[in-house]
Design a protein around this ligand. Structure first.
Ligand code: HSE
Length: 432
């Protein structure tokens, strides 16, 4: 074993960074044996230097992250700051000064992954980011390496623990969105400002990264269609139950049927209770992958939290250190397929539409005609007259597979009918 240690600079020492430092110390001998050389924490860049950080030598702590990554003797920079800047500048500066990089930064990779990969490749350094998607769950390496000989057609996952916790609560207790969110906040699952999670931004960044890797193409955050889950109601869950389904916030990346393009989207959707993703409870994550040769695979585990995310960071650190000792680099960006990303209108799926309609002769026929005129085939219709005798009824229509554009045209036309008093909800049905 080499005795000269590989030097690691840690950018950020919050929930994840402090766990990375702790595991580097407590597992030092095992890490050294697995890598073939010891790893040494050579510096820790933080915003608040006065904070006491157990197990970290105060002499290593600095507020000058730029000086740390410019030192020139750093082998690996671990970036767990998050956000776009200063993380992007620090990563490019680190690479320019000879370091490889391990990052957990989904927002940055989803926005600027291609450019950062280009910088790393040009410099002959590694850029690894297993922790950026679904925390501890090994996902990027299986997609990039284990399935490199296969053809992935679909990646569908629950990649945000906060929203899964909220939806699971709504499902199991009948609670409304706000009540479930309040509980998630009280238990520390949801941030004080939960926008990134509940509006689907966090999941969309992860979807962009997964789609790019799965389809060997460039997919950026802006390419991902995004709908949050704040409008999901207890009534939606009741409808889902009627259909033998539950509701999940899904990130779905698909290759088009003709293979000529891909789509990536995040939105709430009904999935059958028999689908493996339906059994993912609480704040857990899971990703369901469908490929030509392997068939169906599911990756499951904790998608957030200091220690699970640090596990993924440490796995990357070991891989990058091994590469450095071998004088090699691991797989970088693979975007050779260069498949374009199709707009949401071209996505084909099934829909559950709940309408408030006038309860009188001919209404059902009128509604069915609108679906037919837009080429959307109806699978089932369920009508329920209201007890209050106000001459209105609830009509639930479940369609066969149709394009999002056709469905939108249908809904627009339905809204213009006098007999349709309102469109209570529209939800996609996936996983059948
Ligand atoms: N906020 C994310 C979640 C974890 O709830 O899953 C970090 O991506």
């Amino acid at each position: 074993m080499r005795t000269r240690p590989l030097k690691v600079a840690l950018l950020g020492c919050g929930v994840v960074g402090s766990e990375v430092a702790r595991i580097m110390t407590t597992h030092a001998d095992d890490l050294a044996a697995r890598i073939g050389a010891p790893v040494e924490l050579a510096g820790v860049a933080v915003r608040r230097p006065s904070k006491v950080r157990e197990g970290i030598d105060p002499a290593l702590v600095t507020t000058d992250a730029t000086a740390l990554v410019k030192r020139g003797d750093i082998d690996v920079v671990v970036e767990v700051i998050g956000g776009i800047e200063p993380a992007r500048s620090l990563i490019t500066t680190a690479i320019a000064h000879g370091a490889s990089v391990v990052s957990a930064n989904k927002a940055l990779l989803a926005q600027d992954g291609a450019a950062l990969h280009a910088v790393a490749e040009e410099a002959g350094k590694d850029l690894y980011y297993e922790a950026a998607v679904a925390g501890a769950i090994p996902l990027i390496r299986p997609l990039r390496e284990s399935l490199a000989g296969d053809k992935i057609n679909r990646v569908m996952g629950i990649v945000n623990g906060t929203t899964n916790f909220i939806l699971d609560k709504m499902d199991s207790t009948g609670a409304g969105y706000q009540e479930a969110l309040d509980e998630a906040t009280a238990l520390g699952y949801a941030e004080a400002d939960p926008t990134a999670d509940v509006e689907g931004f966090d999941a969309a960044a992860k979807a962009a990264i997964l789609a790019g890797i799965a389809f060997h193409s460039r997919v950026r955050l802006d390419d991902v269609h995004r709908e949050g889950m704040t409008e999901v109601t207890a009534a939606d869950f009741a409808s889902a139950k009627n259909m033998g389904c539950t509701i999940k916030l899904l990130a779905i990346c698909e290759r088009a049927a003709d293979g000529g393009s891909v789509t990536a989207r995040v939105h709430p959707a009904m999935i059958p209770l028999t689908h493996p993703l339906a059994s993912v409870r609480g704040a857990y994550n899971a990703v369901f992958v469908e490929s030509d040769a392997a068939g169906q695979l599911m990756f499951y585990g904790p998608g957030a939290g200091g220690s699970p995310t640090a596990s993924a960071v440490l796995g990357d650190l070991v891989a990058v250190c091994r590469n450095r000792l071998a004088g090699a680099t691991g797989p970088g960006e693979s975007a050779y397929a260069a498949l374009p990303v199709s707009p949401m209108g071209e996505v084909v799926t099934r829909y559950h539409i709940s309408l408030d309609v006038a309860d009188k002769p001919g209404v059902l026929a009128q509604v069915a005609t609108v679906f037919a005129e837009h080429g959307v085939s109806i699978d089932t219709v369920r009508q329920q007259g209201r007890q209050d005798g106000d001459g209105e009824a609830s009509l639930v229509v479940v369609t066969h597979r149709a394009s999002d554009a056709s469905l939108n045209g249908t809904v627009e036309a339905l809204r213009s009918l006098d007999t349709v008093r309102g469109v209570a909800s529209i939800m996609r049905v996936e996983g059948e």
